[in-house]
Ligand binder design. Structure first.
Ligand code: F0G
Length: 419
């Protein structure tokens, strides 16, 4: 694998974050050397039955397709051992017949960030870094804190004051990170982080190409669960757009290696108050940053760093980018809950987006669709509690029963439904 600029293609030194020629983001490029795809598929499958910690990781299990890192430097929490669930309530809600959830919220720190973080922190440790830093809306923070703790590194997090779920902050503090709240938003926090020297501190936001390599493995896990058959569509929430870049890269590489014959179309869904990528997809030209505002705090991002990479992936897949309102996200999130699955608000943008794409028939009723759920329901329990206490159509209010007889009547009514 070689590290090169994602924009001008010039080779880059490992450990750097930006191209020395044009300041573009870097990316790893897989060697064109032929692989025996049957042998690879078998190897990946056999490792799932192994007790080795690297083999049990849904990232390191695919290590032939990752930058080389010596096993003694790898920091793993067995990330990406993630389920694909059939969506039932979600399918009815979006009027789609073949729908599944790829639940990346079932990762060790309960979000998709772990798949990238294991590679970024392992790489930092192999270079002898002592300190890791990131800007975050909460999930990157928790993930970095956990992996840094395992690696014996210090973790420093910059978050927008007041703009992050309490549960994510508590989790990050638990893992021992230093959390610095700033007066600006996520975009300002990332701007500050970018001023640090990446030779001195490990910057582990998704501008770090090692993060992208780990996160691309979610595509492999999904494909493996489907015997290396791609769905027609994959629908993913978009914030800083590292994940869109990573998933697109994963599918493309799998196709280029001969592991699958066609890639899925990628639909990116943003929150309407934080949708600069939807704008640039529609209007063309350069991305115009916005002042981001949405209740889905994980994706409250106005100047996404990876927009060029992500746009390349969406176009290469013949996909699309749309935005949905906060009310649509809230309702879709409740529906994912009714499936006995659950997710945090930002994740539900994918179901809200699918519903919209079904309404205008961009996605056909019988298309084979996978929704990416990026974070666990408990990541923002305060949001869920507030929703159920509200007047929303799907709010599920806590009931007060006057006496035991009322409870018995309730059980009788519930039983009658099945009679
Ligand atoms: N979903 C969740 C739950 C997230 O936490 C994020 C990003 C996204 C979607 C968007 O992914 O940025 O790769 O497009 N959270 C970051 C963080 C920014 O700091 O935790 P993206």
């Amino acid at each position: 694998m070689r590290l090169a600029c994602s924009e001008c293609g010039v080779d880059a030194a490992s450990g750097s974050l930006f191209c020395s020629e044009c300041r573009g983001l870097l990316e790893f490029r897989l060697d064109p050397a032929p692989h025996d795809v049957h042998a690879l598929r078998l190897l990946f499958k056999e490792r799932r039955a192994s007790n080795d910690s690297l083999d049990q990781s849904g990232v390191w299990r695919f290590r032939e397709l990752l930058p080389a890192i010596a096993p003694e430097h790898v920091v793993t929490l067995r990330e990406n051992a993630i389920p694909v669930y059939r969506a039932q309530a979600g399918a009815v809600y979006a009027d789609a017949t073949r729908l599944a959830y790829l639940h990346l919220g079932m990762n060790p720190t309960a979000s998709f960030k772990d798949a990238g973080m294991t590679v970024a922190i392992s790489s930092a440790r192999s270079r002898g870094s002592r300190v890791a830093i990131c800007a975050s809306t909460g999930n990157t923070a928790a993930s970095m804190a956990a992996y840094a703790a395992r690696a014996g590194m210090s973790a420093i997090v910059l978050v927008p004051a007041g703009g992050v779920s309490e549960a994510k902050m508590a989790q990050t503090l638990d893992y021992g990170a230093t959390v610095a709240a700033i007066d600006g938003d996520f975009d300002r926090a990332l701007e500050i982080v970018r001023t640090f020297d990446s030779e001195r501190v490990a910057i582990v936001n998704s501008i770090n190409p090692y993060r992208i390599e780990g996160q691309k493995c979610a595509a492999f896990v999904l494909l493996e669960s489907r015997r290396w058959n791609a769905p027609d569509w994959i629908v993913v929430p978009g914030g800083n757009l590292g994940n869109t870049s990573a998933l697109g890269k994963g599918f493309r590489e799998a196709r280029d290696l001969g592991l699958l014959t066609r890639i899925p179309k990628i639909a990116v869904v943003q929150a309407a108050g934080a949708a600069p990528f939807a704008n640039v997809f529609r209007d063309g030209g350069d991305l115009v940053p916005v002042e981001a505002e949405t209740d889905a705090t994980a994706i409250r991002i106005g100047a996404p760093a990876s927009w060029r990479k992500a746009l390349g992936e969406v176009r290469a897949s013949d996909g699309t980018v749309i935005s949905v309102g906060d009310d649509e996200i809230a309702e879709a999130r409740a529906i994912v809950g009714r499936d006995g699955v659950g997710c945090e608000p930002a994740s539900a943008a994918s179901l809200a987006g699918l519903r919209k794409l079904r309404e205008d028939d961009t996605i056909a009723r019988d298309d084979d669709v996978v929704l990416v759920l990026t974070g666990h329901v408990l990541k923002d329990s305060a949001y869920a509690a507030a929703f159920h206490a509200s007047v929303a159509r799907l709010a599920n209010k806590i009931v007060r029963l006057p006496d035991e007889a009322a409870l018995r009547a309730l059980v009788d009514r519930a039983s009658a439904v099945y009679a």
